[in-house]
Write a protein that binds this ligand. Structure first.
Ligand code: HEM
Length: 164
């Protein structure tokens, strides 16, 4: 019998849902005066890689770790030393949630709660990791997984990179 509760990925739609969301999001980021300098030199694949990363974390196809040759450590590595600020994080979140509404991302309370929970978690870790001089985790660390439930415990610095 198939699981009656879909993954966040299945509920959201398909890979195109995530690619469209991040495509439109980074269009906004490049027009944003606070964020443009952070992202103006990003690679042409950046948007698709972030879409694939989040889709994989949400239980979707594993394009980030196969097709894109990525890993959790590699994603974290991209943020090391970037010295991101809380102000920039908040703008990133604000623009993403605005884009989510514009592209018609599923808006039921349960899905949005899980989505926002992940975005808060991921962006806060991005800021923390961006202050570090070197990678805090091994290349072999698994990708995080995000579902419909609760976080599972408080923030403890040595286990910052994945939910328990
Ligand atoms: C849930 C939150 C986040 C996720 C899942 C995420 C994911 C990623 C991924 C997958 C990459 C690698 C892209 C590639 O391979 O080309 C990346 C790079 C990067 N991210 Fe994030 N990110 C998050 C939050 C943030 C935030 C809040 C900022 C800044 C305000 C940020 C700034 C950057 C920068 C500057 C890079 C490197 C771009 C470059 O290569 O030039 N990220 N991120």
């Amino acid at each position: 019998m198939t699981n009656p509760i879909p993954t966040l990925y299945e509920w959201a739609g398909d890979m195109k849902t995530f690619e469209t969301l991040f495509d439109r999001f980074y269009d906004k980021v490049l027009k944003d005066e606070l964020l443009v300098d952070v992202f103006k030199n990003m690679s042409p694949d950046h948007r698709a890689h972030v879409a694939h990363f989040v889709a994989e974390v949400f239980g979707g196809e594993k394009l980030y770790t196969t097709q894109d040759n990525g890993s959790h450590a590699q994603m974290i590595g991209k943020h090391i030393g970037k010295m991101l600020t809380e102000e920039k994080r908040q703008r990133w979140v604000q623009l993403l949630l605005q884009t989510a509404d514009e592209v018609g991302l599923k808006s039921d309370p349960e899905f949005r709660s899980a989505f926002v929970g992940y975005i808060e978690w991921g962006t806060r870790l991005a800021v923390i990791n961006s202050q570090l001089p070197e990678l805090p985790i091994a290349e072999t660390e698994p990708m995080p997984k995000w579902g419909w439930g609760e976080t599972g415990g408080p923030y403890i610095p040595d286990s910052t990179t994945k939910p328990s």
